[in-house]
Design a protein around this ligand. Sequence first.
Ligand SMILES: [Fe+2]
Length: 232
Amino acid sequence: MTKTDSPAPGARTGARPAGQPGGEGSTRAEVRQLFATPVAVAHLGLPAQVNRELAETILAREASQPTTEHSNLGGWQSSWDLLDWGGPAASAVISAGKALAGKLTCDRQGQPRAVEWRVNAWANVNRSGHANEAHSHPGAFWSGSYYVDDGGIGADPRLGGEFELRDPRGVAPAMYAPQLAFAAPGGLSIGAAETIAPTTGMLLLFPSWLEHGVRPYRGEAARISIAFNLSV
Ligand SMILES: [Fe+2]
């Protein structure tokens, strides 16, 4: 008997012949969402003035500091010391990220667990043609990005600049029946990647091991974001 011949744990198969009342139709199965990947999409609701001030601060820093080179394909990326120069607004964003991470973190028994997060944070400015290649953030637990200015993406999807998340489930994107999906929560999400179109004020929080990138931005404004790592 192969492993797939056995009923799944928690499943009860009908002993009566198929087609009779109480036969196959009575099969009950518990569908376990194993290896789920949490990606939180939040909206901070900071006053527009706060985002404008953050944008000014970041653009001034861009004008005075050379870019660092990590995942960025063009564009500007600050050093990891945003909290030293970003002012109260940057601190508020990071505090919100830490609070959300706190809600979404537990111990291995599923019980709430307070964590004193170690933070490094930086800012990104992408202009027309700029992107970020897929990467992960080894050594951190949660990573996040906050959109100070979506550069017009929210109003016009043709401008690109989507946040891209790579399917982390090994060979799942290469499954042999791409026309089918699993009829379970999350089962439609099988592909090489998923995207989220950022809007100003959006905060994304995701596991640091999850490969992600930014698709090319084609707007004429500046797509400005804050990124951060929360480590233990
Ligand atoms: Fe990243």
